[in-house]
Write a protein that binds this ligand. Sequence first.
Ligand SMILES: C[C@H](O)[C@H](O)CC(=O)C(=O)O
Ligand SMILES: [Mg+2]
Length: 395
Amino acid sequence: MGLPKIKHVRAFTVRGGGADYHDQGEGHWIDDHIATPMARYPEYRASRQSFGINVLGTLVVELEADDGTIGFAVTTGGEPAAFIVERHLSRFLVGRSPAEYEKIWDQMYFSTQFYGRKGLVVNAISGVDLALWDLLGKLRGEPVYHMLGGAVRDELQFYATGARPDVAKELGFIGGKLPLHHGPAEGLEGLEKNIALLADMRAKCGDDFWLMYDCWMSLDIDYATRLAHRAWDECGLKWIEEALSPDDYWGYAQLKKNAPPGLLVTTGEHEATRWGFRMLMDMECCDIIQPDVGWCGGVTELLKIANYADSRGVLMIPHGSSVYSYHFVITRHNSPFAEFLMMHPGPTEVVPMFAPQLLGEPVPVNGRIRVSELDMPGFGVELNRDIALHRPYPN
Ligand SMILES: C[C@H](O)[C@H](O)CC(=O)C(=O)O
Ligand SMILES: [Mg+2]
């Protein structure tokens, strides 16, 4: 049963939002004095762009089959990831069928293991893997979620990440995840400000709306424990996210023990592969894992991560990643809801998460997306060719 073979592999970079959602203009909530591990240096405290959070930009991977069908995907990784795709990974793709995704993944991962394993290299592998699934779906005329076993429910339900959970509530989301603004370097005063903001949102949103804090790797155990207890006792926080460095599995295991019963500890958006997530789960680091399908190894790897989580009774709520996670979440009972990153600068409106890079990207209405909106071949989106695509390493 011969599917067309991959003939061309192209890797582009793009600036200005999209998959590199931190690459936004001035005044955006996502760069407004957010707590980070770099906040210990006062000069890098006010803005994440000041230390280079948007230095990479978006990577676009495009795979063209010999019948002219094109599959593509976007993720973070920019120019260095484009180099890896065109100069290293393309050898495992040209002349192969996209149906061989399992073997291709294995070859991409183990051929780069001597300089890869996590981070940028796995972002590049993820981008290729997502483009393979998109191409396969387009060649077979099937949405990715069909190829993953089909939907287990009729719609996706979302919580919103952004600075305005009160607006998210009005827009129909089931919860709002706020960025934490102050870390340990800003002392007790910063801690009080963190609690005050959460208390204000609790007053605005009422008791039943989920409120979460995203700490973006910025805390130590002592601070995270204090924040968790106060935020739970005083404001009914639902979860504390990515409180510590992703390398500190021991710290997460301790934090999970220290956290008040009922408050969920979540992490994993900067973790990668089945082996990284196995560490998080075997060491009982968290209640919810949050892999980003564009960073953790793609759909092929997320299947392994999700199955392991399911067998251990751990929830998997993927980080952001737009259509790439929607097609996965809809097929999984242990992913009962999904994240929607509010990319409007306010954020006071729902706009497509990866705008302006994808055409046809669905957005939640009343906090939901119907499964019928995913009923298009592949991931159901097209690349916006009106944006400035740059191909730095043509083969
Ligand atoms: C809001 C967070 O600091 C970050 O920009 C996004 C994130 O970690 C998440 O969506 O989760
Ligand atoms: Mg997060």
